[in-house]
Design a protein around this ligand. Structure first.
Ligand code: NAD
Length: 262
């Protein structure tokens, strides 16, 4: 019987937004699994209050190989630069398009500027992150895997999330469209949809998220399980990036405490 114990010893993994939160947990997990990790983020210092060192340093301290490349994913030129940096380690085998920003705003109050900010990072960043990494894989003749971070809001409406959910609905369709066109090149593209995860993505969000859980009764059901911790997301990324998922593409794996099932 096969066991899930992915080994990424000969793989190079780029994690955008890998300095903090979910991306940091994913980058550390790939590092633990032997991958060379390129952390691509606008900031090197983690936002997480309990993180002692930048992600790449933590991986190196644990005996792994990692580097940080300052990257704004909304600028395709920056993404080209980070993919070129990965070539120094043999080239990107796994591209994790995870960088994202989030604000909470009543639908009637979202401004065009705020909409565009979220769109540029979450949707445009994922689109060109997928395209640029895939083109590099195909040009090198080394087809790999893309894993995008969407959200539980990718397919359901939630108050104050209209602008954010629109970007994550886009991530869902970038994932599916790219999977369709890239399959013949051997490149798989999937996504993970986190539910509420206690991170510093927005001031006060970690505390708000931590308070989420089952409601008091059937009329106010709330979240079936509870809020998640970043570490609880990482396994899904490793699975989707591994050979164990060789027949999975265009899929979104929900890691959301059951939030999408009602
Ligand atoms: P986080 O703020 O802890 O981490 C996000 C990281 O992305 C930060 O290190 C930040 O510097 C980086 N980043 C922001 N803009 C960037 C840019 N333009 N270029 C490169 N890096 C950039 O947040 P998180 O909660 O870990 O979020 C990670 C992903 O998970 C996001 O895509 C977010 O939308 C998604 N998500 C989070 C939750 C949640 O509850 N935390 C739920 C669903 C989806």
């Amino acid at each position: 019987m096969a066991t899930l114990n992915p080994n990424f010893a000969d793989r190079t993994v780029v994690v955008t937004g890998g300095s903090s939160g979910i991306g940091r947990a994913v980058a550390l997990a790939f590092g633990d699994a032997g991958a060379t990790v390129v952390v691509a983020d606008v900031r090197e210092e983690p936002k997480d209050p309990d993180a002692a060192a930048p992600t790449h340093e933590a991986i190196a301290d644990a005996g792994g190989t990692a580097e940080y490349v300052e990257t704004d994913v909304s600028d395709p030129q920056d993404v080209e630069t980070v993919v070129a940096a990965a070539r120094e380690f043999g080239g990107v085998d796994v591209m994790v398009n995870n960088a994202g920003i989030y604000t909470k705003r009543r639908f009637r109050e979202v401004t065009p500027e705020e909409f565009d900010d979220l769109w540029r990072v979450n949707a445009r960043g994922t689109f060109f992150g997928t395209q640029i990494a895939a083109n590099d894989m195909i040009e090198r003749g080394e087809p790999g895997v893309v894993v995008n971070t969407s959200s539980d809001t990718q397919g359901r409406a939630a108050w104050d999330h209209g602008h954010y959910a629109a970007t994550k609905g886009a991530v869902r369709m970038v994932t599916r469209s790219a999977a369709l066109e890239l399959a013949r090149h051997g490149v798989r593209v999937n996504a993970v949809a986190p539910g509420p995860v206690a991170t510093e993505i927005r001031e006060g969000w970690a505390e708000e998220a931590e308070a989420m859980g089952p409601g008091p009764d059937a009329e106010t059901p709330g979240l079936p399980l509870r809020a998640g911790a970043p570490d609880e997301l990482a396994g899904a990324y490793l699975f989707l990036a591994s050979d164990e998922a060789s027949y999975v593409t265009g899929e979104t794996v929900w890691v959301d405490g059951g939030g999408h099932i009602d």
